[in-house]
Design a protein around this ligand. Structure first.
Ligand code: AVI
Length: 326
């Protein structure tokens, strides 16, 4: 789902201390070998709009497959959640998939969408309140990778269910993924649960096409990060001298989004020159692909146990229900 993504606040020109810190972070990433940029920089307004378009590309099976799983097994998932639960969604965006659950959970204690983007949170809250007038909706504007305060609901909840769809967990490397899953566990509490969408390992060619669509939308999405650094940090990248590449890293079981330099060139950013050799990549995003077993092991490190799972016929994607290991 497009809205499941954490959007970043705009980076403004390096005038304040915070902007100088961001410039320093970007420079630090570009000083690494291989060069890295945080995937959070992909999601400015244009990047978020391009991501929504990616979700509609024929090659990008993730969104429509997860939606189909939710539609097909929504009743079973709702049964696992039970009555009078508080539903807390991480990176709620437009809350589209959530509606499948809300339709099947008429006695929900409250719905707490958490998102860093004030505008998408506001729009989603208005639209959910309109569709579900008796449901208490308590939006939280926060970066869900850091601890945040939970609002208190009017009704007493039987339990808290953390909902984290979209395989956004796959964009975190193992260490930060375990930290995030542990944060989800502390939000859910001892009798709570986690419902999470994960993308499964599959044929390499299918994966490569999903991350390098024929219409060039993913390429535009990836290259936009350079335009953003130009606009917001005063860098002088020439986006035409880089190309998007999706690379399968079998050892790490992930697709990597690369921007490869087409030339030997030097780019200015924050008063420093960054040199690129021909073919040298900047890695902008990791998209991990799991097996049921590999994700189960990752989740176990954060104290979760997989209790139920649902998948599509092709076994492309899975929605898991996890509880605390006790
Ligand atoms: C947001 N996230 C789940 C997407 C993914 O598939 O890992 C981000 C994305 N990057 C390129 N295409 C989609």
């Amino acid at each position: 789902m497009a809205g499941a993504v954490t959007r970043t606040r705009p980076i403004s020109r390096a005038s304040s201390a915070a902007d100088a810190e961001l410039t320093a972070q970007v420079l630090q990433g570009l000083a690494q070998q291989p060069k890295r940029l945080s995937p959070t920089y992909l999601y400015d307004a244009r990047g978020s709009a391009l991501f929504e378009l990616i979700c509609r590309q024929p090659e990008y099976y993730l969104t429509r497959t997860e939606l189909a799983i939710m539609r097909r097994y929504g009743a079973e998932i709702a049964q696992r959640i039970g009555s009078r639960a508080l539903l807390l969604e991480l990176g709620s965006g437009a809350s589209l998939k959530t509606r499948i659950l809300l339709d099947r959970l008429p006695d929900l204690a409250a719905y707490v969408p958490v998102d860093i983007s004030r505008s998408s949170l506001g729009a989603a809250t208005r639209s959910i309140r309109e569709s579900y007038p008796t449901l208490e909706v308590l939006p939280v504007e926060a970066d869900f990778t850091r601890p945040f305060a939970l609002p208190s609901a009017r009704a007493e909840a039987a339990r808290t269910i953390v909902y984290f769809p979209g395989s956004t967990i796959g964009n975190f490397d193992a260490g930060p993924a375990v930290e995030l899953l542990a944060l989800a566990r502390s939000l859910a509490g001892p009798n709570g649960a986690l419902i999470i969408g994960i993308d499964l390992v599959k044929d390499r060619e299918l994966l490569l096409r999903a991350y390098d669509d024929a219409a060039g939308v993913t390429a535009a999405f990836n290259l936009n990060i350079l335009e953003r650094l130009n606009r917001e940090l005063g860098a002088d990248f020439d986006a035409r001298s880089f190309r998007h590449a999706a690379v399968w890293n079998a050892a790490a079981s992930r697709i990597e989004m690369h921007l490869e330099s087409l030339l030997s060139q030097s780019v200015q950013l924050g008063g420093e020159a960054i040199d690129f050799a021909v073919g040298e990549p900047i890695i902008t995003e990791h998209c991990h692909k799991y097996t049921r077993r590999s994700f189960g092991a990752l989740a176990a490190r954060a104290g979760w146990r997989v209790r139920a799972s649902w998948s599509d016929e092709r076994r492309f994607f899975s929605v898991l229900y996890l509880e605390s290991r006790g």
